[in-house]
Ligand binder design. Sequence first.
Ligand code: PLP
Length: 385
Amino acid sequence: MSNDKRWTPRTLAAQALGKIDPLTKAVVPPIHIATTYIRDEDNGYSSGFVYGRPDNETIREAENVLAMLEQAKAGALLFSSGMAAATAVFQALDPGDHIVAPRVMYWALRSWLMTEAKRWGLETTLCETDDLAQLRAAIQPGKTKLVWIETPSNPLWTITDIAAAAEIAHKAGARLAVDSTCASPVHTQPLLLGADVVMHAATKILNGHSDVVAGALAAGEDDAYWQRIKTIRKMQGGILGPFEAYLLMRGMRTLHLRAERQARTAMGLATRLAAHPNVARVLYPGLPQHPGHDVAARQMKDGFGFMMSIQVTGGEQAAIATAAKVELFKRATSLGGVESLIEHRASIEGAGSPCPTDLLRLSCGIEDADDMFSDLDACLKVAHR
Ligand code: PLP
């Protein structure tokens, strides 16, 4: 079945590309845990495997599923976390290179760019990447080598036009990398829209069960830059463990079911919350009033994702009081699991965050949509008493 064009990505993912163990005919391939491999008598490695830090068969199997989902001709690479994957993209640049990145993005990566990346000689300009005029103006011709975008982006769910951003980056001789964690390959395939590299915090909806920390990159071109990213993973030891890769592959088998259901639930919840008297604003790209809705409708399919934020009337105290009372939603960081999560984001992100203090971030799981609404409705009412 392996990546056969007759089958849809949904079918191929459900069977993890249909790999059958040749020894036992097991429909679930074994987890390969060996760290080292026998050399041939002529000193070669005819199996293609040498050592566990550069490579592993279970990792390759999960990478092949992700590469299929992203239509990544150069393949995919799994890392020990989303941050390990993302930082490899920046570390593959040269000292003195300039980066353009969004002001509204995953806060820990923004913080890394503003601190650690500087020490590597990388300079970053932050701008609103959804505003293409701002994006164009932030580019330093000849110096900008990478445009990084996140869409939809944490925690305002801003939408950046991937095809337009790719055109702007390429015209300036830069590459475009997309953090597509919150879109997932079910809704958006950035490489098909012109991006050069796509990144996932696979910890989130790709795995989907809040029990693996993992990161992933996928690329369209097997060029020198991709080779350099491969070398960074190999030499710095950022590869994912085989048990985690197995769990991730198990998660990806149900990705379409989960992502489509979670997006449908999120859309219904966003619509109901937008009419709630204790909610000042709902930020969800599926709503027609969201500033990025038209672009999202063009570049996302089968839904608008599982993430949204609400701004609560009554400000920060009312927002914190709402989150304090949840029973079904779990008060926890992270996103993309089967269980719904709620978080007061400003208190996590701290000073310098563009996140409003009255904002609660919601990750919609697979629970019953009416149950989810009634939990939030009850908490909003109690917090506003
Ligand atoms: N990108 C996004 C959009 C995220 O939400 C996260 C984590 O929350 C990351 C990257 C980093 O992933 P990880 O926590 O696996 O390092």
